[in-house]
Design a protein around this ligand. Structure first.
Ligand SMILES: *Cc1c(COP(=O)(O)O)cnc(C)c1O
Length: 411
């Protein structure tokens, strides 16, 4: 997409706004499947939580993707988007047995990451096959908040507890159809990934009825020039070979599964916001935009970097700005960024705003969440309307403090 096309969409649909380029999502999907083309049975399950708009889910469905879900509502969204239950895997953490049973009843694949739940589920439903989420205790994440493989992580069942899993399986006669790991977001080094995979293969040998091995995700995309990116092509080559060898050893053609979120959608996204005011202090030039961490929280929550471009003045002289929001708390999107000269009313574009951006947006400060547009076949498709005051008030229940009964209670 060009900057002019982005700007035109902001003019037509208003600001702030999220815009996703469908072609980029398709390219990333094909890059991944191509990297693993030597594996006979490959399954990509898009991690819905990265960007959960139903039109994005439908787009990925047309490409042949399945989905990875973490809540029963994401399962429902997937079904509404046209996924068959068997194309959906439910990988929750810390949810109730009830919620897992609802998903199982719908026919989606179940992934369990807790011994207590495994035992209860296996006792009640020995006929429903489940996948087990293993924690290989490999520190792969680039950030403490998104790294989930360490020894005291709440995710997965520790590899040191395999004997306990085996005992539960034997006692309940349940069937384990898959082994899973997800070592966390932002894997920098594919050797670390391959190392964790070896642990998964070792584990897989202990289960005789597997259909698939799920290697999770955590692929890194570049957020700024010079950033390292997971070398998918090299990982594909090395892991495919290792996987094919393992299948021979195991005596069965298994499915290799992945569940990427960020890799598929991050770079497709642009977040556009308008500059309300430029404010100079003794030390800083602030560009204050019509947004805040209610719309894009990654910079404040994770310290993430998103490139910021002034698409209204792409040829302007570069100056230093600190870009901040309108929330009544410190909400800095970027400090001392070199950006083409900003005038009030200009539209700024935040790059890599596809993953964990809109999906983490809120109504804090009673602001509306932004609209979303999908750029598909050279056309802008509105895929989420901008909210209205009705969305803010609709679930709030007013107490009538003027009625006699309530007055009597106050006394
Ligand atoms: C969030 C999540 C993913 C996706 O991670 P990305 O870093 O966005 O690729 C995959 N699997 C599970 C279980 C997750 O919770």
């Amino acid at each position: 997409m060009t900057e002019n096309q982005l700007l035109k969409i902001a003019q037509d649909f208003g600001s702030p706004i999220y815009i996703y380029d469908a072609e980029k999502i398709e390219r990333q999907y094909k890059r991944l499947t191509n990297a693993f083309k030597d594996v006979k049975s490959l399954k990509i399950n898009y991690a819905v939580k990265a960007l959960s708009n139903i039109s994005i889910l439908k787009l990925l469905h047309t490409l042949g993707s399945g989905i990875d879900t973490v809540s029963i509502q994401e399962v429902q969204l997937g079904l509404a988007a046209g996924y068959k239950p068997e194309q959906i895997i439910f990988t929750p953490n810390g949810v109730s047995l009830d919620e897992i049973e609802v998903a199982a009843k719908l026919g989606v694949k179940i992934n369990i990451d807790n011994l207590s739940i495994l035992e209860q589920f296996g006792t009640k439903h020995p006929d429903i096959p489940v996948c087990i989420r293993i924690n290989p205790h490999v520190m792969a994440g680039g950030n403490a908040k998104i790294s989930v493989g360490h020894i005291d992580s709440k995710f997965g069942i520790s590899i040191h507890q395999i004997p306990h899993i085996l005992r539960i399986v034997e006692n309940t006669k349940m069937n384990i159809n898959g082994i899973h790991m997800h070592t966390g977001s932002d894997i920098l080094d594919i050797e670390v990934f391959l190392y964790a995979s070896e642990i998964l293969f070792e584990t897989a040998k202990q289960f005789k009825n597997l259909n698939f091995i799920d290697f999770g995700s955590g692929f890194k995309v570049p957020y700024k020039t010079g950033d390292i990116e997971t070398n998918i092509e090299e990982l594909g080559k090395k892991l495919s070979k290792r996987f094919n060898d393992f299948c021979k050893e195991y005596g069965k053609e298994l499915t290799l599964a992945f569940e990427p979120g960020k890799f598929l959608v991050s770079e497709s996204g642009n977040f556009l916001a308008q500059v309300n005011a430029v404010k100079q202090t003794t030390s800083t030039v602030f560009a204050q935009i019509d947004s805040g961490f209610n719309h894009l929280i990654r910079p404040m929550f994770y310290g993430s970097h998103h490139d910021i471009v002034n698409i209204s003045n792409p040829k302007g002289k570069e100056r230093f700005y600190t870009v901040v929001g309108y929330i009544c708390e410190t909400d800095t999107f970027g400090s001392n960024r070199r950006i083409n000269e900003i005038s009030e009313g200009d539209v700024l574009c935040f790059k890599n705003a596809g993953a964990y951006c809109f999906s983490m947006a809120s109504n804090y400060n009673s602001r509306y969440r932004p609209a979303e547009v999908l750029w598909y076949n050279n056309k802008a498709h509105l895929i989420r309307k901008r909210e209205t005051f009705d969305d803010i008030i609709k679930n709030q229940v007013e107490v009538d403090f003027s009625s006699k009964k309530e007055k009597a209670l106050v006394k």
